[in-house]
Structures are given as C-alpha cells and as structure tokens.
Design a protein around this ligand. Structure first.
Ligand code: PRP
Length: 213
C-alpha cells in the first residue's frame, strides 16, 4: 500500500461518468481520466491521487485487498461480492433495483418457480432471497445480457437489475418481485481508512457538504 498516494477504484460502465464528475467537483481528478482510456492506472502526482479503472464486479475486490484505498460501486455489487469493506457514504445516484422477472405469458406467482432454473449475475443475493422463501433453485451464472436466458430456454426466470425497465419490456419479461433497491456507495479498505483517515474523511466531509447544499 502506497502511504503517500490515495488510490481510487472506479468501475467501467454506468457509474463511471457520475463518479468521476462527483469526485472532480471536490478536487479528486486526473488528466486523462476517462472510461475509454486503455490506460488502467491514471495518476495525478500533484494531488497524490491514483485512479484505477476496473470491471464493475471487481471494485470490492480491489478495495478489500487494499490495492485501492477507496472505490465507488453499487450496493448490489457490494452485497453480491460479500467482501469486507467499509461503506462510507450513500451517493444516491445509480438508483436501480434487483428483481426477479419471468416471461410475460407465464405465471407471475413466485411459488410456481420453486425448483426451476434462474439466470443471474447475482447468485449469492438470489440464493439468500429464495432460501428465505423456502425455495430451492438452480442458479445459472451469466455475465451479462441476462434478459436473453428465458427466451432461449436457458432458464425459467432471471434475477437482474432494472433501471428504466426497457430491457425487460423489449424482451417480454415482467417483474415478479423486487429483491433489493441499490444506489452507488463510497467504500474504503478498512486499513486504509485508519492509515489515511485524514484524506478519506476529508473526502467524506466534502461530499457531505455537496449533498447538504
Ligand atoms: C443492466 C442490467 C439490465 C439493464 C437494465 O445491464 O443487467 O440488463 O442494465 O437497465 P434498463 O432497465 O434501463 O433496461 P448492463 O447494461 O449493465 O449490461 P449487461 O447486460 O451486460 O450486464
């Protein structure tokens, strides 16, 4: 762990732009910080900042191991990863919900899907949810385009993120039940939080000011 620099993990994808803009507004920025950058470590020597650009699902891993001191990532990804990280701040943006959906022409009763296959990027959260409802499922782990699975007979249902609902509608799926709501969070490595408390806490304080105004 580099004691002089603060390393910030940002996810590629939907949260990147809003995260980079928000951090930029409190002086956490670097020349060339862009989602499209093929350079994955972008440094601002003057501000003693390093940004690393990772796959969405990997942000908690970089933060848990201290390869990044802090990161921004969705609550859904934090819960699925089950990593030991501090959640410092609810940033509010990136609001979405994790839900179960099925083909529009099939039963919309949850109980009817016991012992069936569910396709998802979130097998851990899904398993907790179904177990709590006394249901045993076969989990098919996919890495994206989850809405495709029921239409081609890979699964009877999906557990996936909904934001606008467009992906569900365009693939003739309807929501059966909401599993959780999620927003983007600022997270920190537990050791970094102690060793770099002033900087990390300074960031949280600056963010609190923005959110209060
Ligand atoms: C997410 C999610 C849904 C979609 C929901 O996928 O998994 O597919 O967005 O958004 P909507 O309700 O606005 O249509 P993402 O675009 O991140 O890509 P992926 O399918 O490769 O995971």
């Amino acid at each position: 762990m580099d004691r002089n620099f603060l390393t910030v993990a940002l996810p590629k994808g939907k949260l990147f732009g809003l995260s980079a803009d928000l951090l930029g507004s409190v002086g956490f920025s670097a020349d060339g910080l862009s989602e499209k950058s093929r350079k994955l470590i972008i440094t601002n020597d003057e501000a003693r900042l390093k940004f690393i650009i990772t796959k969405t699902a990997d942000v908690p891993t970089y933060v848990e191991y201290g390869a990044a001191d802090i990161g921004i990532i969705g609550k859904d990804v934090i819960d699925e990863a089950g990593k030991d990280v501090y959640e410092l701040f609810d940033l509010g943006f990136g609001a979405c919900r994790l839900m179960m959906a099925v083909p529009a022409d099939k039963s919309s009763r949850l109980e009817d899907y016991d012992n069936t296959r569910v396709a998802t990027k979130f097998p851990h959260i899904a398993e907790k949810f179904f177990a709590a409802h006394g249901m045993q499922m076969e989990y098919i782990k996919l890495n994206g385009s989850i809405e495709l699975a029921p239409g081609v007979g890979l699964s009877e249902s999906i557990v996936d993120i909904v934001e606008t609902g467009t992906s569900l509608r365009q693939n003739n799926l309807v929501e059966v039940v909401t599993i959780m709501h999620a927003t983007a969070r600022l997270i920190a490595n537990r050791v970094s939080y102690k060793l770099k408390f002033d900087r990390i806490n300074g960031l949280v304080t600056a963010l609190e000011k923005i959110y209060r105004s």
